[in-house]
Design a protein around this ligand. Sequence first.
Ligand code: NAD
Length: 473
Amino acid sequence: MTMLQARDPRTGQLDYSFAAASRDDIERATNRLRAAGQDWQKLGLEGRIARLTKLADVIGQHRNAIAERLCVDTGRRKIAGREVDGAIGAIRGWIAQSPHLLPDGWTEGRMNPAIRHAPQFVPYSLVGVISPWNFPLTLSMIDTIPALLAGCTVMIKASEVTPRFVEPLQAAIEDAGLKDVLTFVQGAGATGSDLIDHVDAICFTGSVATGRKVAAAAAGNMIPAFLELGGKDPLIILDTADIELASDAALRGSVLSTGQACQSIERIYVAKSIHDAFLKKLVEKAKAVRLNWPDIGAGEIGPIIFADQADILQRHIDDAVAKGARALTGGQVETHGGGRWLKPTVLTDVTHDMLVMREETFGPILPVMAFDTVDEAIQLANDTEFGLSAAVFAGTLEEAEHVGRQIEAGGVSLNDAALTALFHEAEKHSFKLSGMGGSRMGPAGFQRFLRRKALIANTGTPAPIGAFAEDAP
Ligand code: NAD
């Protein structure tokens, strides 16, 4: 049995041990899920809605136990509670929406009205979900809920960096009577890779580097891979923008959750005429952001969850400074009580030759660059191999929309930033290296777990072979 250890991000202590599931463990568990899956499909949507309503209620009863463990996993308390509440809200939201998402009935053919067709929606029997450490619970449940409602069974592998919340959440799943159709396995990359070999579709949230491996493994197994990967989200601020509002959006969009969010703003482009005033305001506000240390009950930003990420943040800052950038705030990863923190770091004099403008940083770093023309801003925003999301701030919605339509990214926030974290109703794809597969959000987030089967009926008479003879009229 392979034992793994997890680090507490507030203390740096490796104080939690857990066993990684072996390939045999996965085989046994997936056989059990597949067997139960038949009854799960027979329940129909209405039956599954009843069972998931119970799951939402039971997670509510287990809320504190789950949130407490998640708080240790992530070093932040308020967001841990919000993750649990968000999962309950997502279950209720999909329950309300899912009955309205599938067409029904027969459609007459265009070419030959005697031939009609009707759809049947066939769920994948078993869906695998692999999640990252930055929002451990949210990103374990985000695809799981619509997959279950669609009639799939689900096996989740949470990140080995944040494993503590799994036990109390699994207890809630058992109390809700759903353990035969929904289960977690614990482990690192090897367990994730074994999982892909046992499922009919894989939903993966994580880095581009791992996403490539997942895509290759899924292709080898001929299963669909839905990949939600990294980003390098730009924010463009036009000269008509209100500086007070734009700086609020820029700061929150960049440093919320310590910047450990895929939709975090990672590059800020500001019109030259307002650049200096904007930068002054941003620095003022960034300096006021507090670490939630030593008191977890105060402050805006928590520790860096994954220790190695702290090294990446420092490397990006040092590379930028070595190439001529200046840190106006923050700039140095700090160690407190064994955990690692970074205060919001506003960088100026940045160029696209710096790592901080090219690679995903995943931390509270705000590189700010001035632009002369709107076309230049759009060109800079699109000068990236990522295309997850973006934002545009302007004096009017029309101006912001005009620019937003020219950005190569799947979700563009207008007159705010990082709205894709708060609003899940709009369908969106991940562009470029940021992902692959159907939209996780909006109706497609449910529909993609159902294979389309066409029932095609001839209400006339079948054609004889002679109708196709070379010498037929
Ligand atoms: P990661 O790619 O290192 O790990 C993600 C998961 O993959 C973990 O559970 C890990 O154990 C597993 N894994 C590792 N190797 C594997 C393999 N060979 N086969 C199968 N599974 C394997 O990512 P991370 O560091 O945990 O998370 C941070 C990344 O996630 C960032 O790049 C961030 O942008 C991205 N992310 C994307 C979204 C989105 O919706 N687009 C949301 C959150 C995070």
